[in-house]
Design a protein around this ligand. Structure first.
Ligand code: ZN
Length: 271
C-alpha cells in the first residue's frame, strides 16, 4: 500500500511536469514518456515487426506505399516549418513498408515508422485512398496520440513512473503494441478517443492536400471502411479508429478547408 502511494505521488508529479505541446493545437498534452525515450523503443519494435512479417518489396503496390509516404512526410515538414515548428521532425526516421497480410490495417509508430497491410489496399482502392489513410495515421504520430494513450495507461496502472519505461519483456512489449494498435495477435486493441480521431482527421486531410491528393477522398474512404465493417469480420483498423456518420460528415466539411490550406503551399491541383 505504501509503495502504491509513493508511486501515485510520482504519477501526480509526472502529470504536472511531463507535458508536451501539441504543435497543431498548441494544447498541453500528457507525456510521461518523452519522444527521446519512446523513439528508440518504437524503432526496435518496428524492426522486430518487420522480421516477423512478410515485407512486400519491388511491387507496384510497395512502390506506391513508399511514394505516398514520402509525399506525406514532405507535406508534414513543409506544414510544420510554415507554422514555426522547425526541427520538429529531426528525430523522425521515416520508413514505409507494405506487409503481405490480409488484415485490414495500417499504422504509424512514433518517429514515422509506417506499415500498411495488403488487406487494406482493396478498401483504399486508389493511391488517393492510401494517402487518406497515411495522412490520418501520420497525424496520430505527429500529434503524439499514442504517447498520450500510453502515458494515461501508465498512470492508471501505477506500474511505471515518468522516465522509467523499459520495453524489454514480452508483457511490456505487448502493452506497447496495444497502445499503438500494432499487432493483431496481441488481442484487444485500444481505440483512439473521439477527440484524437477528430484531430487526426483534420491534420490528415491537410497533409494529404498539401501532398497533392484530393482530400475529398477521405470521406469516401471511411464510407467504404464503414460498409466493410458490417460484415462478420470488421476491419482491424476500425477497432482502433471508431468510425461513424458524423465523422464522415466532418471529413467532407474539412476537404475545402484542406484545399485552401494547400493553396498556401502552391498546391492547386489534386490527383
Ligand atoms: Zn485514427
Amino acid at each position: 500500500m505504501k509503495i502504491k502511494n509513493i508511486l501515485l505521488m510520482f504519477g501526480v508529479a509526472a502529470l504536472v511536469f511531463s507535458c508536451a505541446t501539441n504543435p497543431f493545437t498548441q494544447k498541453k498534452t500528457l507525456a510521461l514518456v518523452s519522444n527521446s525515450q519512446l523513439f528508440p523503443t518504437a524503432f526496435a519494435q518496428y524492426d522486430q515487426f518487420l522480421t516477423e512479417n512478410k515485407v512486400v518489396s519491388g511491387t507496384k503496390d510497395a512502390e506506391m506505399i513508399t511514394r505516398v509516404g514520402q509525399r506525406i512526410a514532405v507535406a508534414a515538414e513543409r506544414w510544420l516549418n510554415a507554422n514555426g515548428n522547425h526541427g520538429y521532425l529531426n528525430d523522425y526516421k521515416w520508413e514505409y513498408n507494405l506487409v503481405d497480410d490480409k488484415t485490414v490495417n495500417a499504422w504509424c509508430m512514433p518517429g514515422g515508422k509506417i506499415v500498411f497491410y495488403t488487406g487494406i489496399l482493396p478498401i483504399a482502392k486508389s493511391e488517393t485512398g492510401v494517402a487518406a489513410i497515411m495522412g490520418h495515421e501520420v497525424a496520430h504520430a505527429l500529434a503524439n496520440h499514442g504517447q498520450q494513450r500510453m502515458s494515461a495507461g501508465m498512470l492508471q496502472q501505477f506500474g511505471a513512473v515518468a522516465g522509467n519505461i523499459a520495453i524489454k519483456d514480452e508483457k511490456s512489449r505487448n502493452a506497447f503494441n496495444q497502445y499503438y494498435g500494432v499487432g493483431s495477435q496481441v488481442g484487444v486493441m485500444l481505440p483512439f478517443s473521439r477527440s484524437h480521431e477528430t484531430e487526426a482527421d483534420k491534420i490528415g486531410s491537410y497533409l494529404m492536400a498539401i501532398a497533392g491528393y484530393d482530400p475529398a477522398e477521405a470521406a469516401e474512404l471511411w464510407k467504404r471502411m464503414k460498409a466493410n465493417g458490417g460484415g462478420k469480420a470488421p476491419p482491424e483498423i476500425l477497432s482502433t479508429h471508431p468510425s461513424n456518420d458524423s465523422r464522415i460528415a466532418n471529413l467532407k466539411a474539412l476537404a475545402p478547408k484542406a484545399k485552401a490550406e494547400a493553396k498556401k503551399f502552391g498546391v492547386t491541383t489534386f490527383r
